[in-house]
Design a protein around this ligand. Structure first.
Ligand code: SF4
Length: 257
């Protein structure tokens, strides 16, 4: 098992741990992964740009999605969601808002009951176009792995000046219309001990959850090989204990072990 990159624009449908039957959209061409994080656990591996043509064109994405949706409809396949994920951070796509409009239009035409989901690190929501596009989709699933800047730096490797407090303020602007996703792990990488499951981490994380007040929380742990070695999966029973503490506060929490 190793990290992997998606090759095509549209992939699946796959049975996703978190999302059900999901048709994926990858905005980056073959062999490339682009993100403004470089998470030590990213299933796509470390960031990698092999050519200057960083993204598929909006038109190519629209055509590929339409062709696939027509085909799936003919086959009688059901879909729970169309999901932006793939090789990197989807909101870095220059025409992200436009592509969300295209996707909602095609979804309404071919699979009106399917949701549109975006798996995002949430770092570009201060751009109005990205924020408005994420508000339009049924499920903006935004990442916050720790309430502590130093832990985020170790886990997510932000490629810019990152601040948890700024991110919390930006997530609060969704007025609850977002899903919060948090990866829990432990390990040792590059001489640093990393553990976002300590009592101190969890207490601060729960405080953050209350501030952001998301409509749903997804917590999960490592599922595939990670680019950094020395990381440890958190047992399902422990994830459930963390989830129960958020449930006691009134939140719906989905756990993927
Ligand atoms: S934010 Fe997502 S795509 Fe970006 S490096 Fe982290 S896991 Fe990978």
């Amino acid at each position: 098992m190793s990290t992997f990159l998606f090759e095509g624009i549209v992939f699946g449908p796959i049975k996703s741990r978190r999302l059900g039957i999901s048709l994926g959209i990858n905005l980056l061409p073959k062999g490339n992964k682009l993100c403004n994080f470089n998470c030590i656990y990213c299933e796509c591996g470390w960031n990698k740009i092999n050519n200057k043509n960083h993204f598929h064109s909006r038109n190519d994405v629209k055509e590929a999605l339409e062709t696939k949706l027509i085909d799936l409809k003919k086959q009688g396949v059901s879909l729970d969601t169309i999901t932006f994920s793939g090789n990197g951070e989807p909101t870095m796509y220059p025409e992200f808002a436009g592509i969300i409009d295209d996707t909602i239009e095609l979804r309404n035409q071919h699979f009106p009951d399917a949701k549109v989901s975006v798996l995002s690190n949430g770092t570009l929501v201060h751009h109005e176009a990205v924020f408005n596009a994420l508000k339009k989709v049924g499920r903006a699933i935004l990442k916050l792995d720790s309430a502590i800047d130093a832990t985020v730096k170790l886990m997510n490797n932000p490629q810019f000046d990152y601040s948890v407090s700024k991110v919390i303020d930006r997530f609060k602007a969704f007025n609850g219309n977002m899903v919060l996703q948090t990866m829990f792990l432990r390990g040792n990488y590059d001489g640093n001990i990393i553990d976002n499951t300590t009592e101190h981490e969890i207490r601060l994380w729960l405080d953050t959850v209350k501030q952001i007040n998301p409509k749903e929380i997804m917590i999960y742990t490592i599922d595939r090989e990670t680019p950094a070695k020395g990381l440890e999966k958190i047992p399902l029973s422990e994830l459930e204990q963390i989830a129960d503490r958020a449930r006691l506060l009134g939140y719906t929490v989905q756990v993927s072990g």
